[in-house]
Design a protein around this ligand. Structure first.
Ligand code: SAM
Length: 284
């Protein structure tokens, strides 16, 4: 099942490879602290990898409010989507963006506007200015393609019974324990300055945050959880963040279909790492 939103770093295409890194279905609680569009969770639910409870979280409260409205009030979201511009969408894009920014930032109307802007805005980007206002310009599409009613209902069903939390990864990861599975997809260590797409929400995700995340992953692993993490395939990631001496195992290094080089000649696919840690036992 595809996610409803396009999201920077979305994992729809890698979801099966990520599921394989866990060595078997999630029997305990599935914990996902960097939810984004929810691509990995939705794939896992659809394929029977995630059968138990799920705690889904993200630092972006407007995104969590979106998933919450889909889970709790999909009929109302559908009605609000229906009321948004269709043929005249180009003329009304900035008015919808203004309504979105004026809030409220929860409920069915908020969710419908976020879905609409995600499909009508430039490249499906989510970007806010320093005042926290969504500032993506209008996209250059012929029509705005909103996911079908069946799709919204299927996602609502998948989210049924999940706990959705707006907050930082630390709080959520501390709830993972024995038999639980945790998937972490943080903003990546940048390949270079020009590829620094870490400003998803207000505030970046620096190397100190990357280290804190690796530490929280180890702590969860010592409590008996299995933690899988994604990041760029860089020496600093393999040798300093996810070290084999600390129990991390590199499970896959998939190529992803994008390139940061402007020159066609030097264009090479970028690789990611999928690392796993845990469950770990204290050495006596
Ligand atoms: C690479 S995206 C996740 C993409 C997701 N796996 C998907 O398939 O759509 C990273 C997410 O981390 C969130 N984020 C950034 N800093 C965070 C933090 N400190 N704690 C939790 N979430 C954070 C961002 O809002 C963003 O949605």
């Amino acid at each position: 099942m595809k996610p409803l939103l396009k999201w920077a770093g979305g994992k729809h295409k890698l979801a099966a490879t990520i599921a394989e890194a866990f060595d078997g279905p999630s029997k305990g609680t599935w914990v996902e602290p960097f939810l984004g569009s929810g691509a990995v969770f939705l794939h896992g639910r659809a394929e029977g990898h995630i059968v138990g409870e799920a705690i889904l979280a993200d630092l972006n409260p407007k995104l969590i409010a979106f998933h919450t409205a889909i889970r709790d009030a999909v009929d109302d979201v559908l009605a609000e989507v229906e009321a948004l511009p269709k043929e005249d969408w180009r003329d009304r894009y900035y008015a919808v963006r203004e309504d979105f920014n004026n809030g409220p930032w929860y409920g069915p109307a908020h969710a419908a506007r976020l879905l609409w802007l995600n499909r009508a805005g430039f490249n499906g980007l989510y970007r806010e200015n320093r005042q926290g206002r969504y500032n993506v310009p209008r996209g250059s599409y012929k029509t705005v393609r909103i996911p079908a009613e069946d799709h919204l209902r299927a996602v609502a069903k998948a989210l049924e019974g999940t706990e959705l939390i707006a907050g930082g990864f630390e709080e959520v990861m501390r709830r993972a324990g024995r038999g639980d599975q945790v998937y972490c997809d943080p903003p990546y260590v940048p390949l270079n300055r020009s590829a620094d797409f870490t400003a998803y929400c207000n505030g970046g995700f620096d190397m100190a945050a990357q280290r804190d995340l690796a530490l929280e992953a180890m702590r969860a692993a010592f409590r008996g959880a299995t933690v899988v993490l994604s990041n760029h395939d860089l020496p600093v990631v393999r040798e300093q963040l996810y070290r084999s001496s600390e129990g991390f195992v590199i499970k896959a290094r998939p190529a992803v279909g994008r390139s940061i080089s402007r020159s066609v000649v030097s264009r090479k696919p970028i690789h990611e790492v999928i690392a796993r840690v845990g469950p770990l036992r204290h050495v006596a």
